[in-house]
Every structure is written in C-alpha cells, then in structure tokens.
Ligand binder design. Sequence first.
Ligand SMILES: [Zn+2]
Length: 253
Amino acid sequence: MVNAFVNAVVPFVLPSPSEIAHVLRILGMEPSDVRCAYCGDKATESDHLYPLVREGSPTGYITSIRNLVPACGKCNQSKGGRPWKEWMQGTARLSPRSRGIPDVEARIARLEAYEEWAQPVPIPLDTLADAELWERYTSLRQQLLTSMSEAQILANTIRGQVLSRWVRPNDGRYEIDRASDNPRVDLIRYLQTAGLSAVDKRTQGGRLWVEGDEQLRPTLDALSRYGIDFHFAPAGGSAIGGRPGWWTAWTDT
Ligand SMILES: [Zn+2]
C-alpha cells in the first residue's frame, strides 16, 4: 500500500523497439523466447533491477528499460528489494543459487553487461517537484492509510456483530459449525466440498493457501460471512510454488 504511493510518483520511460532488441541481445535472448534474466525460466513479468522503493521511500530509480529486466514470478518475489547480485548468489528462499540454477555466474556476467550499457542512476525525485506538492502528497497518504486502518477495524466489528446476531438458515451445502471443537477442520471441509485443496501452513506461523485465479473469488468470498477473509495474491506464494493463489491467516485458535 505504501509502495503504491511511491510507485505512483515514479516516472516511466517507454523503450524504443531498438532498445528492446538491444537489451535482449545483451541478455542473450531471442525476442520469441524471453527468459527470466536471473534463472532462465520463462519470463512472466519485468523486474526493476534496482527497486523503486526502500523502506517506504523512493530510491530515485525509475521505470525504464535501463532498470527493467525480464523475470519470472519466483525470482521477482524472492528478490524483493535486495541488491540483485548478492541475492542471486545468496541463499534467500527461491534465489537462483538456492534453486541450484547451474549457470548463475554466466547470468550475472550478462546482467553486468546490461548494467554497463544501462548505467542506471537514481534521479533526485524530491528536488525535481515542488516541496509543497510533496508535503501535501505525504499528508494525504498518511490520512488515507489511517482511514483505511480505521475502516478495516470497523468492518471487522460490523462483520462480527452481523455474524453473532444473524440467525441463518442452513442451506445444506457449506455449514461451518463455529461451535465445533475444531473449526479449522471445517474450513478444510468447505474447501474440499468446493473441490479445492489447501496448503495449510498456519500451525507453522504461515498462512493457508489455495491455488487458483480470480475465478475462485465467489467461492472464497462466501467465507467472509464467517469471518474468514481470503486475499488474492496474483504473484502467488512460496507455499504454492509461486503460482497465483489465495491466502488466509484466519484461525480460530
Ligand atoms: Zn527466475
């Protein structure tokens, strides 16, 4: 959320076709078969080699072909805001080294050649726009974040009241017995009834994941009346192999 506010002010520069062709050449890729620059899997997105945001503030790096390389979801998610080279050689979860990618050093060399060409340098965003505009933007952002937290708390309270006061008919399909000794089993049963399988990491301090796309929304939204909120993660989670999915941290215990 905070990142969205930063991303919104970061300029983007559209690449020319010849720049795209040039970058692919440097990275040793065919335009018809673009691969993740870090690991060689099929590319599904672009990654900012230098992150746009660090600790909630703009780094000054922008969205431009001089700071974007093709990537896969796994790498993009694993790298996060880390320095790219250390991350590639490091042992972070799903990093190229951790995944045993055989040609990591060759990939690093190509990315260094790319960097040599791109010369990405941060630009002084804060001095290039009026201070007064920055101040208003920062204060609006703070107000919005505060309002959103308040709205979330109110929504939870309202949902709790509705749930506790609502005498609901048993529709015979997905009955979740909240008086049951083990409601977690009932959530799993609901998912099974709906033909879904879950990866449940909640007992290890993680989340419960259900692999799937936007089409699962109605099925999972129906659980919100029981206070169980699922959130969509288009970039997936490591629990489900980086594929798109839904997660909940809901637990009744
Ligand atoms: Zn990758």
